[in-house]
Design a protein around this ligand. Structure first.
Ligand code: NAP
Ligand code: ZN
Ligand code: ZN
Length: 350
C-alpha cells in the first residue's frame, strides 16, 4: 500500500513530499499509523550524505510514536489501537551472540536500520518515520506507558533517550558518581535529565553560554562553558564518566584531562570529520579510557521508556510541520535547537 512521506533523492536536494510503499503486515508484523517523529542529527547527517553509504531515496526518521492499525496473526504482545514506539532498528539476525544478549544493535550480521537499512522490499532499503505509516516486526516495537498528552515529547526517547541511557547504566551512573555530559542538544539534554534522575552529580559542558540556565533547569548541578579554559581547569581529574554527544569534530584532550584515574569518556556523537588526534599520554598516566556506544538493545530501550514513564521524564521539544523540516535541519546545524524538533506527522496530509 502507498503512503505519503517526506524524503530526498540526492544529498544536494532538499527533503520534499514523496509517495512510498509499505508492506501489508505479515504474521509477525505490526502496522503503525505514525503520529510523531523526532528529528535526530543522524537524520541530517544521512540525508545530506555526511556519512558514507546513504541510499536514495532517503526517508529519515527513527524516533517514531504512533498507534497500531493492524497486527499479524502471530502477534500476541500488541493489539490494534495501542500506542507504541519504534526506534533506530527494525531488524537483526536474532541468532548471534549479541542478539542473544539483547544487544541487537551490535548484531554480528549488522542490525537493520529503521531507514537506510537492508530490505528486500522496494526501493531495496528501509524508509523511516517521516511518513504516515510503517510496518515493523513486533520484536522491534516498544510499549509506551506515558500519558497521551506527553506523546510528542516521548518520541525523542526512542533514539536520544536510549543512546544516553545505555552508557549511563553500563558505567553505573548513580549516587556518588560525577558525570559530565558534553553538548546540550537532543542527546545531551536527555543525558542531563537521565544522569540527574539516576542520582549522579551531573555537570553539563556546552559551547553555548546562553544554554547555562536551561542546563541547570534540565538537572545539571553545574554548567561549564567548554571554551573557557579556567572553567575547564577547575574540573580537572574529577569525573568518573563523560558522555560526549557533540556532532562535530573537536579536540578531545581537554575532556580527557577532566577524568579521574580509571575514568571513561564514552563517545556517542558521530561527526562527519574525524576528531584531531588525541594525546595518548592523557590516557596512559591515569589509566583513563575512551569508549564508544551505539543506541541500545530493545529490552534496554523498553527499560528506559518505563524508567522515564515512572519518573515523568520526556524530552524538551519544538513541534514542527513536515513542511518546515529544511528549516529545522538548518537550525540543528547551527546548534539552535531547544532541544529536539518533533514532526507532527498529521501535517503530511496537509
Ligand atoms: P544535536 O541536537 O545537533 O546536538 C549536538 C550538540 O553538540 C549541539 O547542540 C552543541 O551543543 C554541540 N556542538 C558543539 N559544537 C558543535 C558543532 N560545531 N556542530 C554541531 N554541534 C556542536 O545532535 P544530536 O541529535 O544530539 O546528535 C549528536 C550526535 O550523536 C550526532 O553526531 C548524531 O549523529 C550522533 N548520534 C549517535 C548515536 C549513537 O548511537 N552513538 C545515536 C544518535 C545520534 P552545545 O551548544 O551545548 O555546545
Ligand atoms: Zn538518532
Ligand atoms: Zn544478530
Amino acid at each position: 500500500m502507498t503512503v505519503l512521506a517526506y524524503g530526498t533523492t540526492a544529498a544536494s536536494q532538499p527533503l520534499g513530499p514523496m509517495t512510498i510503499t509499505r508492506r501489508p503486515p505479515g504474521p509477525r508484523d505490526v502496522q503503525i499509523e505514525i503520529a510523531y517523529c523526532g528529528v535526530c542529527h543522524s537524520d541530517l547527517h544521512q540525508a545530506r550524505a555526511e556519512w558514507a553509504g546513504t541510499l536514495y531515496p532517503c526517508v529519515p526518521g527513527h524516533e517514531i510514536i504512533g498507534q497500531i492499525s493492524a497486527v499479524g496473526a502471530d502477534v500476541s504482545r500488541f493489539a490494534v489501537g495501542e500506542t507504541v514506539g519504534v526506534g533506530c532498528m527494525v531488524g537483526s539476525c536474532r541468532n548471534c551472540r549479541s542478539c542473544d544478549d539483547g544487544l541487537e544493535q551490535y548484531c554480528d550480521h549488522g542490525f537493520i536500520g529503521t531507514y537506510n537499512g537492508r530490505s528486500s522490499e522496494p526501493p531495496g532499503h528501509t524508509l523511516g518515520g517521516y511518513a504516515q505509516r510503517i510496518t515493523v516486526d513486533d520484536h522491534f516495537v516498544l510499549k509506551i506507558r506515558h500519558a497521551a498528552d506527553k506523546l510528542p515529547a516521548v518520541a525523542p526517547l526512542l533514539c536520544a533517550g536510549i543512546t544516553t541511557y545505555a552508557p549511563l547504566r553500563r558505567y553505573q551512573a548513580g549516587p556518588g558518581k560525577k558525570i559530565g555530559i558534553v553538548g546540550i542538544g537532543g542527546l545531551g539534554h536527555m543525558g542531563i535529565k537521565l544522569a540527574h534522575a539516576m542520582g549522579a552529580q551531573t555537570v553539563a559542558f556546552t559551547t553555548s553560554a546562553a544554554k547555562r540556565a536551561d542546563a541547570k533547569a534540565l538537572g545539571a548541578d553545574e554548567v561549564v562553558v567548554s571554551r573557557n579554559a579556567d572553567e575547564m581547569q577547575a574540573q580537572a581529574g574529577s569525573f568518573d564518566l563523560i558522555l560526549n554527544t557533540v556532532a562535530a569534530s573537536h579536540d578531545l584532550d581537554p575532556f580527557i584531562a577532566l577524568l579521574k584515574r580509571d575514568g571513561t569518556m564514552v563517545m556517542v556523537g558521530v561527526p562527519d570529520q574525524p576528531h584531531p588526534p588525541l594525546n595518548v599520554a592523557g590516557l596512559i598516566f591515569r589509566r583513563r579510557n575512551i569508549a564508544g556506544s551505539l543506541i541500545g538493545g530493545i529490552a534496554e530501550t523498553q527499560e528506559m521508556l518505563d524508567f522515564c514513564a515512572e519518573k515523568g521524564i520526556t524530552a524538551e521539544i519544538e513541534m514542527i510541520r513536515i513542511q518546515d523540516i529544511e528549516t529545522a535541519f538548518e537550525r540543528m546545524k547551527a546548534g539552535d535547537v531547544k532541544y529536539r524538533f518533533v514532526i507532527d506527522n498529521s501535517s503530511l496530509a496537509a
